[in-house]
Design a protein. Structure first.
Length: 299
């Protein structure tokens, strides 16, 4: 979003001894929404605080998945394992009722929690989310760079790891060069996305967010990209609680047509189509408000 909160991270210790890092924004006495980052990503999302969450009376809790940012890795984890971590997190934070919100690669993990019907979980949202690949292949409507990374991560992980290492090296050795590459690149994104992302403020925010995502190196993003491209080991049609799917129909990273087909199988799924919008729809304040209100009010 519009910057990064660099406060000292908070951590929980889970029952298996792993550390899970999280950050809180908005109204700390408000309705809790757990926010799951993309692939790659981290718990760091906002500058100082999140005024819209505060305005709407929402306690926004962002989590680092295992192996990202400040959270310990969990070797051989599955998609379904995340539901156990979230269930423990809710208990440790004493959340009686809450929602989950997954953005981009995090959307799969919101779906996992909805499928498992965790205690206290009222509803979920998948935002600009990928969906299970048919036959293990990314849809042809997905941008070529994304399809390549998914394929490499699954079949040639050492090469995928090298690609991400080069990116990490540039971020750490030449941060100004990295930001300039963001400002002049992103040709695979929609015009809508480029308008939001290609600003100095966003380039700085992206740098800090990604540096935290890769704090432990590239292994987790490679592992997770492969995980997302395989069977998710559950069916979206098995989700019974309400789930909102917000998606831009000009999204080149997670194509709208695939998301629309997938949500049609969810009994209580509601597809909200954002006309002419790309992948980074939460950067639009009105869309962001609509997402948060939907979860808070259970519309």
């Amino acid at each position: 979003m519009m910057g990064i909160n660099e406060n000292i991270e908070s951590t929980l210790v889970l029952s298996d001894g792993r550390k899970l890092a999280y950050q809180e924004y908005g109204d700390l006495e408000g309705y809790p929404i757990l926010l799951f980052h993309g692939t790659p990503g981290s718990r760091l999302w906002f500058m100082e605080d999140e005024p819209i969450a505060s305005e709407l009376g929402i306690r926004l809790i962002t989590l680092d998945r295992p192996g990202y940012g400040g959270s310990d890795p969990k070797p051989y984890r599955t998609m379904l394992d995340w539901a156990e971590d979230v269930n423990e997190t809710a208990q440790l934070l004493k959340l009686k009722e809450y929602s989950v919100l997954g953005v981009s690669g995090g959307g799969a993990y919101a779906a996992v929690c909805a499928y498992k019907e965790l205690k206290g979980l009222r509803n979920a949202a998948m935002v600009a989310s990928g969906v299970p690949f048919k036959g293990g292949k990314a849809p042809t409507s997905m941008s070529r760079p994304n399809r390549i990374i998914f394929w490499l991560s699954r079949y040639v992980p050492q090469l995928s790891r090298s690609v991400f290492r080069a990116q990490i090296k540039m971020m750490n050795k030449d941060p100004e060069g990295f930001k300039k590459s963001l400002l002049r690149g992103n040709r695979h994104l929609s015009e809508w996305d480029r308008a939001f992302l290609q600003t100095n403020e966003q380039a700085e925010a992206t740098l800090l967010h990604m540096q935290e995502a890769y704090r432990q190196g590239p292994d987790e993003v490679v592992r997770e990209s492969a995980l997302l491209s395989r069977s998710w080991n559950f069916k979206l049609s098995g989700i019974q609680i309400p789930i909102y799917v917000f998606h831009g129909d000009a999204d080149t990273m997670a194509p709208y047509d695939a998301a629309a087909a997938a949500v049609a199988s969810i009994p209580n799924g509601q597809l909200i189509r954002i006309r002419n919008a790309g992948h980074f729809i939460i950067e639009d304040e009105e869309i962001w408000k609509d997402i948060l209100r939907s979860l808070r009010d259970g519309r």
